[in-house]
Design a protein around this ligand. Structure first.
Ligand code: PLZ
Length: 459
């Protein structure tokens, strides 16, 4: 608890005071108090819920996590891209605190409130495309995917769903079937939902295809294997997240959108990981000149509170019948108040430019590392969504053999030294950087020194 949680109309600097923005390791990792908590957890939390780094977090601010033993970690995960504007951002804390005292829950589909409407207005304004848009608010990314698919099916009267190779869309029954990797997400959890088709994607590092050629390959698959007449929607992450931050070749996404429009297919951008200022634009689709029919957002839209949305063309969104969309907690007033504060903070503090600053700093540091360590095969991403793909030594110019062993060793080394990096990738060979936009140049440089040492330790 910090006194930043005390009711206040003006943000308290208390959270900032309690968490100096620096790396600090004072015990073994995990420390003794974390070990104690972990033993308690093992008795009551199932092993299916695992943790990347079992240090128990007591408080956090900006780009720093503080554990129960007093260790401070530089956070390059942001809870997988959620605390995009920084942990315990003062504006988010103040807005949510004030909302907690006004009204916490009514259920928008019983008695509505302004905050839900305001979030829908902000999403309409900031998602790509200038047409009339509407939004439904839900609780999680997977729930947004589920609702996007429901709406697309109702709108088109068609059954089939298409996704791409290397996709990740969630852990519910439908979204498990939409993921590329069965393990660990779906193993043993079937039967899975039917009518899900997986088309080849654009993965320039490995397929070498132009955007036009990759789109032709995707479209050929959809036409032959599914048939446009049965296809309700094509769901695509503009930059694939869990799959390994693949940035599609130029022209790929607009070509798919053009084909979808021609064929009456709803094209849906899953911007759950890539959205909300992370890549230096509000939504990553903008980097590619893609204006999707529907945009799914979650993670970063409410500063750490659970909120997600389906936003899109009004005529598509309105195809669901009255009462057809909803859910008890969807668009909770506190989460909505936090989300409004996130939008305001992005504008007020010029955070899109901060994402670009972070991306440039990180990328140049990673390029210096790549010049010395030949297992770094590719550096890719935009803004504060950057990754490196690791290959076996000596194969970068030839077979690009995935090197999955290096990633857990790098992340373990970094964690011991107070830096939290996340892995990703279909082959487990991607190290991804998803810092909050509060990440300073000093912390980036500091983390790059740790990463340099981590690479040296592999030898
Ligand atoms: N779509 C693109 O990245 C969530 C998963 C964390 P939920 N990715 C992180 C984990 O281990 O469960 C994600 C995503 C994209 C959908 C989702 C699903 O979002 O909020 O986790 O349901």
């Amino acid at each position: 608890m910090t006194d930043s949680l005390a009711p206040s109309s003006s943000p308290s600097p208390a959270a900032a005071r309690n968490v100096p923005q620096e790396r600090r390791i004072v015990t073994a990792i995990p420390g003794p108090r974390s070990e104690e908590l972990h033993a308690r957890r093992l008795a009551v939390v199932p092993v299916g819920v695992s943790s990347v780094l079992p240090v128990y977090i007591e408080r956090a601010h900006g780009a720093i996590l503080v554990d129960v033993d007093g260790n401070q970690f530089v956070d390059f995960g942001a809870g997988i891209g959620v605390t995009t504007i920084g942990h315990t951002d003062e504006n988010v804390v103040a807005a949510a605190t004030a909302q907690l005292q006004d009204v916490v829950h009514t259920l928008f589909t019983i008695t509505p409130y302004e905050e839900y409407v305001r979030v829908a207005e902000l999403l309409a304004e900031h998602t790509p495309g200038t047409w009339a848009k509407k939004s439904v608010l839900v609780n999680s990314g997977a729930e947004a995917v589920e609702n996007g698919v429901k709406i697309a099916r109702k709108h088109t009267g068609r059954r089939a769903i298409a996704v791409l190779d290397h996709a990740y869309h969630g852990r519910t029954n439908l979204t498990m079937a939409m993921n590329y990797k069965a393990a660990p997400y779906a193993t043993g959890f079937g039967p899975l939902a039917g009518d899900v088709y997986r088309a080849p994607s654009s993965y320039p590092y490995r397929d070498g295809l132009s955007g036009a050629d990759a789109a032709a390959r995707t479209i050929a698959y959809l036409e032959k294997v599914v048939g446009a007449a049965d296809l309700a929607c094509l769901v695509v992450e503009p930059i694939q997240g869990e799959g390994g931050f693949m940035v599609p070749a130029g022209g790929y996404l607009p070509a798919l959108q053009a084909w979808c429009t021609e064929n009456g297919v709803v094209m849906i951008a899953d911007e759950i990981q890539s959205g909300m200022a992370r890549t230096g634009r509000y939504f990553a689709s903008e980097h590619f000149g893609w204006e999707p029919d529907l945009v799914l957002s979650a993670k970063g839209i409410a500063g750490g509170l659970p909120l997600a949305a389906v936003t899109g063309r009004a005529e598509i969104m309105d195809s669901a019948q009255p009462g057809g969309l909803g859910g008890t907690f969807g668009g909770n007033p506190v989460a909505c108040a936090a989300s409004i504060a996130v939008f305001e903070t992005i504008e007020r503090d010029g955070l899109l430019a901060e994402a670009d600053r972070i991306g440039a700093r990180l990328r140049s540091g990673l390029e210096r590392l790549a010049a010395r360590f030949d297992i770094i095969g590719d550096i890719r991403g935009h803004g504060a969504m950057i990754a490196i793909e690791l290959v076996e030594s000596g194969t970068a110019a030839t077979s690009k053999l995935p090197h999955p062993d290096a990633v857990p060793r790098l992340t373990a080394f970094a964690a011991q030294h107070g830096v939290l990096f996340l892995s990703a990738g279909t082959f487990g060979n991607v190290l991804r950087f998803l810092p909050s936009l509060a990440m300073t140049d000093e912390l980036i440089d500091d983390a790059l020194v740790v990463l340099d040492d981590a690479f040296s330790s592999l030898a």
